[in-house]
Design a protein around this ligand. Structure first.
Ligand code: G3H
Ligand code: 13P
Ligand code: ZN
Length: 328
């Protein structure tokens, strides 16, 4: 059944687990997530970015998610809009039937320009008023995702600050977070702790200086009742990088957010963990390997099936590590 994000995260907080929020763009991702959730008895958050709507088209995305609910009626599903850049974008998603939206007022409508606190409060408060009137949850964001080493946002085409960010933007301030939640009444808050979107998060395995789990603890201590969200939380599995590069890919050395650091975050209020890049890496590795090993095959179902298996196994691993398993 389709439920609101608030309902799902309240349960997660009560029982102390986290929920991976996987981005969906196509049938294979959707199927992989649902099969993994079914195998582990996990509740599901699937999210669609602006890029996903552009790729698949809003009606196809909507029906993809509704099809998942129809085929797996026993699994609670949140249909979440990722990184909405204005209340109007959120409104369109609510009309489309999403049960949760993100109003990302940390950036302007272009998804690139860092905005100030007052702007963020204003747009987020307006999105909340509209969404709550429809029984839809809202995730806000305070602080800007970006590397603590370089001050740069991720290399994704979609959402990310342009230019160098300063330290104040890169780490969410606990006091400001408390004021923001009070002023906006968001259901969940995305925070900046040194993660960024995409595969190129860290040039070496992160330490406390580049990934601040400490900051999560400080924010959670200040606003213990607020559900925290970690963006840019792909772990960038070294084994998938190895497969991709073995079969013709060229991805330079890079590191993501270790699963055990996310688990530590979950002990301190993190309830939603956004993961997109890991599914992309697993898909690409699976396709490259299949193509190299089966050069005479030409039925796309053969290699797409490999992507489903690869993504499903990754989703199962996250559901188990985050304590999501057994909570559907
Ligand atoms: O917000 C970042 C997600 O990875 C979505 O990326 O805009 O390329 O679909 P996208
Ligand atoms: P990754 O690029 O680390 O998968 O992050 C995805 C994300 O935060 C989507 O909002
Ligand atoms: Zn994000």
């Amino acid at each position: 059944a389709l439920i609101s994000m608030r309902q799902m995260l309240d349960h997660a907080a009560e029982y102390g687990y986290g929920i991976p929020a996987f981005n969906v763009n196509n049938l294979e991702q959707m199927r992989a997530i649902m099969e993994a959730a079914d195998a582990t008895d996990s509740p599901v958050i699937v999210q669609a970015s602006a890029g996903a709507r552009k790729y698949a088209g809003a009606p196809f995305l909507r029906h993809l998610i509704l099809a998942a609910v129809e085929e797996f009626p026993h699994i609670p599903v949140v249909m979440h809009q990722d990184h909405g850049t204005s209340p109007a974008v959120c409104q369109r998603s609510i009309q489309l039937g999403f049960s949760s939206v993100m109003m990302d007022g940390s950036l302007g409508e272009d998804g690139k320009t860092p905005m100030d606190y007052d702007y963020n409060v204003d747009v987020t408060r307006r999105a909340v008023a509209m969404a709550h009137a429809c029984g839809v949850s809202v995730e806000g964001e305070l602080g800007c995702l970006g590397s603590l080493e370089t001050g740069m946002a991720g290399e994704e085409d979609g959402i990310g600050a342009e230019g160098k960010l300063d330290m104040e933007q890169l780490l969410t301030d606990p006091e400001e977070a408390a004021a923001f939640v009070k002023a906006t009444q968001v259901d969940a808050l995305a925070i900046a702790i040194g993660t960024s979107h995409g595969a190129y998060k860290f040039t070496k395995p992160p330490t406390g200086d580049t990934l601040s789990i400490q900051r999560i603890k400080e924010i959670h201590a200040r606003i213990p009742d607020t559900h925290l969200v970690m963006h840019g939380s792909s772990s960038v599995p070294q084994e998938w990088l190895e497969v991709i590069n073995r079969y013709g890919g060229q991805i330079p050395e890079t590191y993501g957010v270790p699963v055990e650091e996310i688990v530590e975050g979950i002990k301190h209020g993190v309830r939603k963990v956004n993961i997109d890049t890991d599914l992309r890496l697993a898909s690409t590795g699976a396709v490259r390997r299949f193509m190299a090993e089966n050069p005479s095959e030409f039925d796309p179902r053969k290699f797409l099936k490999e992507t489903v298996t690869a993504m499903r196994d990754l989703c199962i691993a996250r559901y188990e590590a985050f304590g999501t398993a057994g909570n559907a």
